[in-house]
Design a protein around this ligand. Structure first.
Ligand code: CTP
Ligand code: MG
Length: 240
């Protein structure tokens, strides 16, 4: 079985920029001594099961730190074909990666692990657990965390309209892994989705939820960057 990774990184980080006042796209903000995106790419490149790691940049990206990325080795491929939404960036990347591999063979049955550039605390163990748990499941699967908090639905005045039972609710993370052809078909069918699993669900398939933990957080706001820094610096130390 062949495993490929695809990292969409063509966003601008508008929510981070609005609060931090920094124009640099968030995936390039400094984090534990490297640009943020370096961390997820390093983990994926270090995962023995993964043959190639593709990163999708905006066509006009002027910030890609080529020198820092050269340390990641020959698995890494840069695709400058990002789109105006995450789903478009992923679909464009799926199309471009086949050409980048030199049309070596049909990659339709290969597994593609899609991972946010903005989730820098991913570990090799998390990736390997996802691959093992999904196995050869036709519907693929994703890392996710059961919801821990009590959930409230708000009315238009910011008051509680309803308490939503959290039973059976999970927060989706990435990586999300699906067969190449299935994922491309799904994204062509449902291009408005915000994650790959949603596209697969529109085909009436039920991706498998693989329990992860909250340390695989997505950096959206400045506070998330501080949390990610703490996680990367303190990993492996005993919890008290
Ligand atoms: N992404 C992408 N192409 C887009 C939009 C987003 O490749 N047109 C990528 C981001 O770079 C990020 C991932 O999708 O790695 C998750 O998106 P998100 O966290 O929302 O990042 P941004 O869209 O950059 O942030 P914001 O929504 O605050 O602008
Ligand atoms: Mg976004």
């Amino acid at each position: 079985m062949t495993y490929l990774a695809l990292v969409p990184a063509a966003g601008s980080g508008s929510r981070m920029g609005a609060l931090s006042g920094r124009a640099l796209p968030k995936q390039y903000l400094p984090l534990a001594g490297q640009p943020m995106i370096w961390h997820a790419l390093a983990t994926l490149c270090a995962t023995p099961a993964i043959d190639h790691v593709f990163v999708v940049l905006a066509p006009d990206d002027a910030h890609w730190p080529a020198a820092a990325m050269a340390t990641l080795g020959p698995k890494l491929h840069v695709l400058r074909c990002g789109g105006d939404t995450r789903a478009h960036s992923v679909a464009n990347g799926l199309r471009a990666m086949a050409g980048e591999l030199g049309e070596r063979m049909d990659i339709g049955n290969d597994w593609v692990l899609v991972h946010d550039a903005a989730r820098p605390c991913l570990t090799v163990a998390m990736v390997e657990n996802l691959i093992a748990e999904v196995g050869e499941d036709d519907a693929g699967g994703l890392l996710a965390v059961p919801v821990a908090d009590t959930l409230k639905r708000a009315d238009e005045n910011g008051r509680v309209r309803q308490t939503v039972p959290r039973d059976g609710l999970w927060q989706a993370q990435t990586p999300q892994m699906f067969r190449h052809r299935l994922l491309l078909d799904a994204l062509d069918f449902a291009p408005q989705v915000t994650d790959e699993a949603s596209a697969i669900e529109t085909l009436r398939l039920a991706p498998r939820l693989v329990a992860a933990d909250a340390s695989n957080l997505k950096v959206t706001y400045p506070l998330d960057l501080q949390l990610a820094e703490w996680i990367l610096q303190n990993r492996g130390k005993p919890c008290r």
